[in-house]
Ligand binder design. Structure first.
Ligand SMILES: O=C(CO)[C@@H](O)[C@H](O)COP(=O)(O)O
Ligand SMILES: [Co+2]
Length: 224
């Protein structure tokens, strides 16, 4: 089953809960919250206060994507605020094993993210402890960018690495995902689709979610 993770980066922040509940009613399983610090990526977004404001208001998995330097400093605060899943960038962690262990010890699921130019070899040793591998399909920092097709072989590579080791981690793809690009990502092995502009920027959240679901399911049906 493919899971959908609308990113609030493209939501209407003046009516955030309304947008979020529309996505939930339309069947989204995760709510993707992009945290940017102006250092790891050239943009600034939200912090734990927004996670806290949404906790208990929706049933979706609160999926926090940390695009920040030194994520260790903030992990506690995001989990205390209600994050169910915390994803850190391998590029931002000096001691990735320690960081993922901390996330799990504090009671959240642990995700590890890779930029388009980063090799999956960097995370080979810690794959058994990852609940999710996030493969960026744009360079992180902004919504509304174009999907980078060169990442597709990397999705396949991570799919094989997980399958060969019998690891059940999800593969999340993030950036430029819409009803046209979703199929290729799912075909390559992605199981969780992040979509910001294609959902919250669409003007019709339920129909955008339905279109993504149809695109993803078509691949799965063709497979079986
Ligand atoms: O992490 C990021 C961007 O750095 C994403 O989660 C974006 O929010 C996805 O936006 P779209 O590409 O779907 O518009
Ligand atoms: Co993201």
């Amino acid at each position: 089953m493919i899971k959908l993770a609308p990113s609030i980066l493209s939501a209407n922040f003046a009516a955030l809960l309304e947008d979020v509940l529309k996505a939930e009613e339309a069947g989204a399983e995760y709510l993707h919250i992009d945290v940017m610090d102006g250092h790891f990526v050239p943009n600034l977004t939200v912090g734990p206060l927004v996670v806290e404001a949404l906790k208990g208001r929706c049933r979706m998995c609160l999926d926090v994507h940390l695009m920040i330097e030194n994520p260790d400093v903030f992990i506690d605060r995001f989990i205390a605020a209600g994050a169910d899943l915390v994803t850190v960038h391998a590029e931002a962690c000096r001691h990735l094993h320690r960081t993922l262990s901390t996330i799990k010890e504090k009671g959240a699921k642990a995700g590890v993210a890779l930029n388009p130019a980063t090799s999956p070899r960097l995370i080979e040793c810690i794959l058994p402890m990852a609940d999710l591998v996030l493969l960026m399909t744009v360079n992180p920092g902004f919504g509304g960018q174009q999907f980078i097709p060169e990442v597709l072989p990397k999705i396949r590579q991570v799919r094989n690495m997980l399958d060969e080791r019998g690891i059940k981690a999800e593969i999340q793809v993030d950036g430029g995902i819409n009803a046209s690009t979703a199929a290729a990502a799912v075909e390559a092995g992605a199981t969780v689709l992040v979509a910001g502009s294609a959902v919250f920027g669409s003007g019709d959240i339920p129909s955008a979610i339905a279109q993504l679901r149809t695109a993803a399911m078509r691949v799965r049906l063709n497979d079986s």
